[in-house]
Ligand binder design. Structure first.
Ligand SMILES: [Zn+2]
Length: 252
């Protein structure tokens, strides 16, 4: 294994059991490495999320609520969604770069149960959504006028609260037609990929996103003085340049 970038970090491994990590690292074939370290990490554990109100701007919360209406699309693709929450009415925002995440927001309908994690923004007051947990899917029922039993045409409402009738055949019907629309959304967790690096997806799933902690190991490339000197931006830049040079000159 050889990193494709001039970064001084050779690779990182993440695991649930600390003692497994050096064993797994020894099994990997890599360039020579200088040193390694094991870190206890809270990445993906949502440690920064507060679970109780009142909601204060610039802080992150987990908010449970019921969807009030379908998401509104703003210029640039942002979505706004109104919720009834344990803290009162609250608008959640989902932004453009996270397409899959926005799709989940887009497919929510009134009555759906959600838990949203994110930071409260002051003006306008919205919850900048980072993660979405769909906990309950309401039935999506479309109501339409009945068809005429004689000629098959759509019947017209005879007025508010009154029966339906076919103008041509003069048949009457009192009931609307309710059609259940299949939902395009499943219950579960949705989050923008940028918040969860590919490599840690499995681990995060194993932890149900909100528990933890888990452990990571990072091994450093021996070509660089990254650790030996105080890590100033200057030493870091120098070692990156060196690396870029050796990559260009074709040495492994
Ligand atoms: Zn008819």
């Amino acid at each position: 294994m050889i990193p494709a970038t001039p970064c001084p970090v050779l690779y990182g491994l993440r695991g649930d059991v600390m003692d497994d990590l050096p064993v797994a690292a020894a099994a990997l074939e890599t360039e020579d490495r200088d040193r390694w370290a094991i870190f206890l990490t809270n990445q993906g554990t949502d440690d920064h999320i507060l679970t109780g109100g009142p909601l204060v701007p610039s802080r992150s919360y987990v908010v449970k609520g019921t969807v009030k209406n379908r998401a509104r699309r703003l210029k640039g693709g942002h979505l706004l969604l109104d919720l009834d929450t344990e803290y009162g009415p609250l608008t959640c925002a989902a932004y453009e770069p996270s397409k899959g995440f926005r799709n989940a927001f887009q497919n929510l309908i009134p009555g759906d149960g959600v838990v949203v994690l994110g930071e409260i923004r002051d003006e306008p007051r919205v919850l900048n959504s980072e993660k979405l947990h769909v906990t309950f899917l309401a039935e999506d029922i479309e109501i339409s006028n009945p068809d005429c039993p004689v000629c098959g045409r759509k019947m017209k409402s005879a007025g508010k609260g009154q029966a339906y009738r076919c103008k041509r055949c003069r048949t009457k019907a009192s009931k609307t037609i309710e059609t259940t629309i299949p939902r395009k959304l499943e219950a579960g967790w949705y989050e923008p990929p940028r918040l969860l690096p590919q490599a840690s997806v499995e681990t995060a799933e194993a932890h149900g996103r909100c528990s933890g902690p888990y452990t990571s190991i990072v091994e450093y490339d021996n070509r660089h003085n990254y650790i030996r000197y105080p890590c100033t931006s200057e030493t870091r830049e120098t070692s990156w340049r060196k690396r870029s040079y050796s990559a260009r000159s074709g040495r492994p």
